[in-house]
Structures are given as structure tokens and as C-alpha cells.
Design a protein around this ligand. Sequence first.
Ligand SMILES: O=C1O[C@H](COP(=O)(O)O)[C@@H](O)[C@H](O)[C@H]1O
Length: 275
Amino acid sequence: MTPSPNGVSIHPDPQALVATTAARLITKLVDVQSRRGEATVVLTGGTVGIATLEAVTANPARTAVDWTRVNFWWGDERFLPAGDPELNSLQARQAMLDPLGVPADRIHAVATANEADTVEDAAADYARQLAEAAAAEQLEAGFEPLDPRLPRFDVLLLGVGPDAHIASLFPETPGVRTVGATTVAVRDAPKPPPERISLTLESINTASEVWLGVAGNDKAGAVGLALAGAGEIQVPAAGARGRTKTRWLIDQAAASQLSRRLFASHDSDTEEDED
Ligand SMILES: O=C1O[C@H](COP(=O)(O)O)[C@@H](O)[C@H](O)[C@H]1O
């Protein structure tokens, strides 16, 4: 696979990072909607991910987006009962989806532990939801999909853990090694809760744009390794690539192990849209 151009943007602090990412997301959604009418975003959990959604809600420019015509999916979910405050989808609803009035039929959450018997069932159900949306979209829009099992993802947001995990794909685990499937059930995640559902790396990499939002000193090693070209099995964040753009949106602390030479070679913040 030819790597898409990387853009690395370094912000002074986490507050500036999330405010700028929120503004970028709003602009991107306005652009996509003006071309195609509707847009699709894949959300992430985690500190930066949820703070970014809060910043979208707080941004006065949010009204430029037609939120009734944005489809939402998740890169990963924690397999927990409905109502558990650790659910990525619940946090996203509270931070952005509910305040902005996103209609229920645009929100494609992973089944909770009340709705699916096992984490494997939840992963299979999520794959089925994705495939159904892809089939409907292909019928309506009539375009040739990159992967017929997946809808088109305009922007896919990711956080990065201190161990360089993305979504629920942890280093050296079966999840990050999974090929040939769109979703994967995770049973022994090193970060609680142990049971999770994730898009696979090959699904993540069908997105037009992948944005990795990272803040903090504890993430600096992961960012440094990922941008130095580490292997994706050891450093999952290194394997996340958008088809037209991969944006690393980071704060100064997370950038502290990024060599100037590497930063210069990745600093091609070109705007290339495929639509
Ligand atoms: O558990 C998770 O962790 C990662 C990173 O979270 P952070 O709090 O270290 O930023 C997140 O991307 C993922 O969606 C989530 O399930």
C-alpha cells in the first residue's frame, strides 16, 4: 500500500489541540456535505476523542453542519452494559450527539452487553450493521466501494494509548493481526475493560481521512515510534492510514520524542480530497 501523505500538526496544549481538531472537523463536514449532501464520521473514545466532541458542541460554527445528515460509527467500543459511563458511545452521546440533536437512525452504535450475549456476537452484529449500511449506500449512490462490506468513511478519528494502541487494537495481540474481517472481538485487552469490539486495521484504512488525536507526555514514545515507521503489530498506531490523508494532531508534550528530521519529512499538510 502506498502511504497517503501525512500531516503533523503540533499544538501548544491539549485545549488548543481539541479546539482546533473540532474546528477542522466542522469544516470537513461542511465540505463533504456541500459535495455529497451527507457525511460519515467514525468516532473514538478516550480523553482527546471525547474532549474533541465537547469542543465541537461548544463551537459556534457547529450550526454550519446539518447534523441530521451525518452518519456516526465507532472505531471501537467497550463491551459493557447499557448505561455504563465507560461506554464510548454513551460518552459521545453526552458530549456531542445529544446536544446537537443527531437523529437516532444516524447513530450506529455497537451492541451493549445487554443486547448481545457475547463480545463475539456484538462484533458479528456490528459487522452486519456495517455491511447493511454499505449495501444501502451502494444502491443509493451507485458508486464502486473500496470494500463492499463497509460504508464510506469520510473521517475516522482515533486516539492513541501510551502503548500505541488505536481503537481496541493492542500491540502484539490477535486483534491487530486480524485480516479478512471488518470487525474483531477482543477478550483480553490490557486496558480495562478486557472485552471490547474493534474495527480491524484493514477497515480503519478504508477511511478517506484518518485523524489521530494525541496529547500528553505518556504518549510521546508511541507517537515517536509510529512516525518513525515502526511495525503495526508492535505499534498499532503506525498502521493507521487514511486513503487520502493521515493527520497526526498532537500537542507539544506528545511531540517531544518526534525528531525534527522526521517531523520535517511528515509535514506535508496538503489538502487532497477524493470526492
Ligand atoms: O480505551 C480506549 O483508549 C483509547 C485511547 O484513550 P486515551 O484515554 O488514552 O486517549 C481510545 O482511542 C479508544 O477508543 C478507547 O476505547
